[in-house]
Design a protein around this ligand. Structure first.
Ligand code: SF4
Length: 227
């Protein structure tokens, strides 16, 4: 387990070992293909940056009145993995970054346990503005903000979406099924049929560490789909 032990202990998974990421380039990848990929990546980065500007100016729901700033998303513009949470909390609202603080540290540990870093993935929330006092998102806020998330997913074109927590899962799958019903199998994202796996939100795992083992099962399910 070696140097990865602290991360896996943070996950509550001392029996698991870190898995190195393996990226297999298709046979015969040419310089032209590599250049084309880089151009696509730059195009996606530019589009995401423009979308982030749109969100920063957005007044579609009342959360624009109480936010310090929008929290749009971070990570690789052409990541293979895209993680979606619920909404920014107080610290995210201050820093303008998703998943900072203790929940963010646990998410980093979860990524590390499957051989990924935050730079390898793309991380976003359903809502781009913080609900006051960290209350649950309202249905109309989710409806108004969802187009931003759908466009993020369309530009990143991940191989897998991981919905973290009930709100993210229900928003992405347009269902009112419980997290317990949605966990444990692969779904299809409704817009472009991308595979989607549901797991617990890291903030919930901090409150309920006994669920970390199940979140590991969810991540390994997602990994088996990507591999
Ligand atoms: S939460 Fe979304 S829809 Fe509402 S103001 Fe913020 S960016 Fe706009």
């Amino acid at each position: 387990m070696g140097r990865h032990a602290p991360y896996l202990r943070e996950m509550g998974l001392v029996q698991w070992r870190h898995v190195s990421p393996v990226r297999v380039e298709p046979a015969g990848s040419s310089g032209v293909e590599v250049t084309a990929k880089a151009a696509c990546s730059q195009e996606a980065a530019n589009a995401l940056s423009a979308l982030a500007d749109d969100a920063a100016a957005c007044e579609r729901c009342d959360l624009c009145r109480t936010r310090n700033q929008t929290v749009f998303g971070v990570g690789s513009p052409r990541a293979r993995w895209l993680f979606v949470g619920e909404a920014p909390g107080a610290e995210e609202d201050k820093q303008g970054m998703p998943f900072v603080g203790r929940a963010g540290a646990l998410l980093s540990a979860m990524l590390f346990s499957i051989g990924l870093s935050r730079e390898d993935v793309y991380i976003a929330n359903v809502l781009k503005c913080r609900p006051p006092n960290n209350r649950d998102p309202l249905g109309r806020e989710v409806r108004e903000c969802s187009p931003f998330l759908h466009q993020q997913i369309s530009w990143v074109q991940p191989e897998i979406i991981v919905a973290m927590g009930r709100f993210a899962a229900q928003a992405l799958l347009e269902t009112d099924q419980s997290l317990g019903q949605l966990r444990g199998h692969s779904h299809k994202y409704k817009i472009n049929e991308l595979p989607l796996v549901v797991t617990y939100h890291p903030a919930y795992l901090l409150r309920s560490p006994s669920a970390k083992g199940k979140s590991w099962e969810d991540l390994t399910l997602a990994q088996s789909i990507v591999d």
